[in-house]
Design a protein around this ligand. Sequence first.
Ligand code: NAD
Ligand code: UD1
Length: 337
Amino acid sequence: MVLVTGGAGYIGSHTCISLHEAGFDFVIFDNLCNSSQESLARVEKIIGKKIPFYRGDIRNKQDLQNVFDTHKIDSVIHFAGLKAVGESVEQPLHYYDNNVNGTLVLCQVMQEYNCKKIVFSSSATVYGDPHTTPIKEDFPLSATNPYGRTKLFIEEILRDLYICDNEWKIILLRYFNPVGAHKSGLIGEDPNGIPNNLMPFISQTAVQKREFLNIFGDDYDTHDGTGVRDYIHVVDLAQGHVKALHNIDKIQNVLSVNLGTGNGYSVLDMVRAFEKASNKKIPYKIAPRRTGDVAKCFADPSYAFEVLGWRAEKGIDEMCEDSWRWQSQNPNGYSRD
Ligand code: NAD
Ligand code: UD1
């Protein structure tokens, strides 16, 4: 049985579908601080099966022990965490407590129940401002904000855990920029308030919830001056977790793996692709650069293929078509108004 922390969230809900398709049994643990019961109901609708769900906080030992007492958990996919960069600058203690302390408590409980396999949601943010692209796993690590530092610290903590006890099997998946949604249009990304990230902002502009997109900088050293990122379809990303579980028993040492496509697209490339997919105009204005943004960030994904046999399969058009289907069918996300 797999424990999926944060399984009601954007990436977790898609991963649960892939786990089901791959024949894994799993339970979801989430405090719903950034998600809703509705996403779980929709996942159940897609897979046609009830999912054991525990509402609880990873910082609360008893909440976790309750799950481990009820099910024989043999591995954990750990998505639970807070992820808004700006908010992490305003509330660093909250971020360190939730993400770092939460992971410590989770690992303590895992140890107590002799469950020593964990797949952790890390991020390309641990490469800070990379000196060159594409980014390989052995590039130097750094952080530019508290959110990024929580990922960096958790990676270090997990490496220390392995050093003291080699029975642990630990995979750190470093995601690039997840976008897109499940083909059904039933689940997708549902940010609270004004989106910080590009794709939800574009799709909310397409349904006229936002008047126009601000493009943060057009004077970067990139093919058209706007920032370049490695957008990856969330269903490909979900599949990466299945591959991680398939391979976790045979890994030696802590494995750090980039999950990206290896393709870099600019903000303007994304706007054009979305316009094509949605047949809607995305009005935009050029705005100043956003503090902390880098010009280019994209993966060298070859190691993921080498060690997990995984590679992304979906391209930018499919990412935009699927984001659009989700957004147009659910203009208000999971809330039913
Ligand atoms: P999300 O917010 O949709 O999902 C996270 C889930 O964790 C939510 O359902 C939330 O309610 C839950 N959660 C948070 N704190 C919790 C706690 N203390 N106890 C129990 N549940 C808790 O985010 P997501 O986009 O699905 O991201 C999943 C993970 O991947 C996060 O750790 C995030 O930092 C990481 N990540 C995300 C991105 C991205 O762009 N979405 C990129 C890189 C890494
Ligand atoms: C951001 C975070 C990163 C986090 C990731 C996933 C920052 C500095 N980085 O990455 O730590 O891991 O989200 O949550 O916040 N853009 C616009 N207009 C917008 C929004 C974005 O032009 O309204 C541009 C950005 O300048 C960037 C690109 O679109 O060039 C992608 O931005 P975004 O989706 O926020 O992702 P990242 O900045 O890569």
